[in-house]
Every structure is written in C-alpha cells, then in structure tokens.
Design a protein around this ligand. Sequence first.
Ligand SMILES: [Mg+2]
Ligand SMILES: [Zn+2]
Length: 254
Amino acid sequence: MAVSRLEPGTRSVPPSPSTPLIPSAPPNPSTPPAPDSRRAAVFLDKDGTLVEDVPYNVDPALIRLTRGAIEGLLTLHRAGFPLIVVSNQSGVARGLFDEAALGPVEARLRELLGAAGVPLAGFYYCPHHPDGSVARYAVACGCRKPAAGLIERAARDREIDLGSSWMVGDILHDVEAGRAASCRTILLDVGHETEWKVTPARTPDAVAPDLATAARLILEHGAAVASLGAVERSAASPFRSLARASDPADAGSR
Ligand SMILES: [Mg+2]
Ligand SMILES: [Zn+2]
C-alpha cells in the first residue's frame, strides 16, 4: 500500500517524545498497567464508517459492516485499543424512531463484531437535533458531533486518555469532534463528505479508504503525528491533490 504524507504542521502541538502515543504491543497480562493509567482508545463513527450508511435506519436486519471493518477493528483490538462508537442519532429528535430502537441496533452491531472476535468497549449516541420535532430532544446540545461531548463522556466513563486516542469518521464533522476532544483523526474518504468546509479544526491527520487502512495507519504512524499517511479516494476530496503532490510515486497508481 502506497502511503504518502499529509502536509506537516497541521497540528500546532507536537507530541512529547517521552509520551507513548499508542500501545507498542498487545497488553501483557503479566504486567498490568498502573491502576491510574489511562488508555488510548479509538473512537468510531457508526453510519458510513463502521456500517454502510442507510439513513435513519434502526432495523437490525439492514445493518452491514463496511468493507475492511472487521480487519481494521481486529487489528486495533489486538493492539490493545478499546473501540468506542460515537454516533449522531438525530432520528430520535426528528421523531423517526424512539431512543429505545437504538438498543437492538447496538445489539446487532455487537453481534456482528463479536462473531469476528471484536468487542465494543462502548456505544454512545446523541439523540438530539436543534430543529427536531420531539420537544425534549430538540435542543442545541454539547454531544452532537461536531461537538466533542460524546467523546468526552466516553473518555470519562472508560478512563481514556484523549490525547493519545483517535477518532475515525467519514465526514468532517467527525474530524472536528475528534480534534475538539484532543484526539488525532482519520477521515474515511469514501465520498460521504459533500461540503468540504475545511478549516484547521476540520483537517484530519490522515485520510484512508477504509477501516483496515485506518487501523494500519494508527499502528504504523501513531507516534508521528505530523507525518501521517494519506490515501486519496474521492475525486471531490481536497486532500486528493495534497496526497498526490506530496508523493509522486503514488501519483499514477490509481
Ligand atoms: Mg458517518
Ligand atoms: Zn446531543
């Protein structure tokens, strides 16, 4: 897999070399971490990232994992990362389904992943939307991405170190939420972002075509924040030219 570089300097604060950013090896049962140690996690958007995007779907029978999801999550799980879903579910606020309908969705997702040996460490969702039709959910909340609330809540619950964690999603709102929570971010550039309102706060550390590639980038480049790989995918992506310009060897490969 050819991997090229994103422009350095997209993050203002480089990591301290003395601080390991990701686990360097799978957890070793003989040397448990100190009780107060916080772990790096990988936060995952659900729709379009972990599962194929079927708008407002809550039918468990229609849930399909995305290409590369099992491979990528297995890689991350084996490397010791807790895997935590953070999902906007404004269908609740819009009156399209009840919050209770998300239970079977979570159960089916855990079933599909569990069958492949991948546990989920958490499933968090935001049921709100400021323009919703259900009064109690029609609020401007702090948990709807691009806000960082869901990630921060999960981090508190699970004792996650956000500065060494990652957020992976398929649109720039996911990137913005991850960055706002101090995580590093990977955009799955699969054609789901359409507006491309790119600002420094919405610029991913890397771009990947699927979760399998994203997982490899996280493991291979975890300590090199400013030099993460980018893999172009969408013709509409502004990161396409960046990847191409910075790695001529990759330019003719697709
Ligand atoms: Mg999504
Ligand atoms: Zn919310």
